[in-house]
Ligand binder design. Structure first.
Ligand code: FMN
Length: 331
């Protein structure tokens, strides 16, 4: 790790006596540690007096895997939640406005800040502390069951009225999801455009691989259909997970998708505080016919499935994924 590693952001460096803009800029160092599909980090920020505007960066949209921009909005929602949690930690009162600019769908949200009268950190401190610890864990989980009391706390992370969270340890649901993952992997990897897009991002080094491995990975993914081996690997890791989760919404609006990201981010941060890791499994909602089957697994099949994921205990991964420098995401 280098001194400029974005994961080494340290709260003691908060510029408490700096200008408002300097303090808001500091918060963005936490915002950008959010997860995003293929680590595309599809966000841009504008600091305007006492406000931060968050924009979607459409150039980083996954046009094949995410043709309806669901994941683009969810990713920005995860980033917004990191920003909200860190602002709360450093004592800012805040108000979020979703899609504040009529006619500009790229302007995902604005947060208006006011310094709080109290300097005591607000909110659940576990969430803030975990921003620099959380990561997506792609490995096998050790199968240990998640205690009911922890599941209850995770369930309470979902408090938005249009969003629902379903957590299940039902073995028959897990088997069904496993079948869907295998089918979705086969369909997606058979599509050269999907492989080209994934290959492009692997080649950019977004998953933290070395330059050489990124280039080899890009060539392999682009030119070889690895659907079979991916499906086998995904099946093993899925079946190792004691619990599966699904964040859904009552409507399919952009605001709801952003809020899905906020809920997922809260869950993954709180989970990390218990040594529990998460991994989204987007393939089953990226393929329309599979997504319809996912909808049928919900308590209410009318809900819109947005973000399926698995969770469980495991050793943390050693490497963190890279982040774009702040200068590149500031307007
Ligand atoms: C909307 C969304 C969808 C994602 N889908 C997947 C997925 O299908 N499979 C996967 O392994 N990771 C998935 N991820 C995790 C990202 O790959 C991960 O967040 C990114 O590489 C950054 O790494 P980090 O989470 O470890 O910081 C998804 C993340 C988001 C926000």
């Amino acid at each position: 790790m280098t001194a400029t590693d974005p994961w080494e952001v340290c709260e003691s460096r908060f510029p408490a006596s700096g200008s408002f803009a300097e303090r808001l800029r500091f918060l963005l160092q936490y915002a950008v540690l959010a997860p995003s599909s293929h680590n595309t980090q599809p966000w841009k920020f504008r600091i305007a007096e006492n406000r931060i505007d968050i924009f979607l960066d459409q150039e980083r949209w996954l046009q094949v895997a995410d043709d309806d921009q669901r994941e683009l909005h969810i990713s920005v929602g995860c980033c917004l939640e990191n920003l909200r949690i860190s602002a709360e930690h450093f004592g800012f009162r805040q108000q979020i406005q979703y899609l504040p600019e009529a006619g500009n769908p790229l302007h995902a949200a604005s947060i208006q800040f006011e310094p709080n009268s109290s300097t005591v950190p607000q909110g659940d401190q576990r969430l803030f502390q975990m921003i620099v610890v959380r990561h997506t864990n792609h490995g096998e989980y050790d199968g240990r069951p998640i205690p009911e009391s922890v599941l209850q706390e995770l369930q309470e992370c979902c408090r938005e009225s249009q969003i629902t969270l379903q957590l299940t340890d039902d073995a028959s649901v897990k088997r069904k999801v496993d079948e869907l993952v295998v089918q979705a992997d086969a369909i997606e990897f058979a599509d050269p455009a999907f492989r080209r897009e994934l290959g492009y991002w692997i080649g950019q080094g977004v998953f933290g691989t070395s330059w050489l491995m990124s280039k080899i990975g890009k060539l392999a993914v682009t030119h070889i259909n690895m659907g079979d081996s991916m499906a086998k690997k995904d099946s093993v890791i899925l079946m190792s997970s004691p619990v599966l989760g699904l964040v859904s919404s009552t409507d399919n609006s952009r605001e709801s998708q952003i809020q899905v990201g906020q809920v997922y981010q809260r869950i993954s941060l709180l989970a990390a505080a218990f040594g529990i890791w998460c991994q989204p499994m987007s393939q089953i909602v990226q393929v329309e016919e599979i997504k319809q089957q996912v909808a049928q697994l919900q308590v209410d099949p009318e809900l819109f499935p947005q973000l399926p994921f698995r969770l469980g205990f495991a050793q943390p991964e050693e490497h963190r994924t890279p982040r774009r420098p702040l200068e590149d995401v500031l307007l």
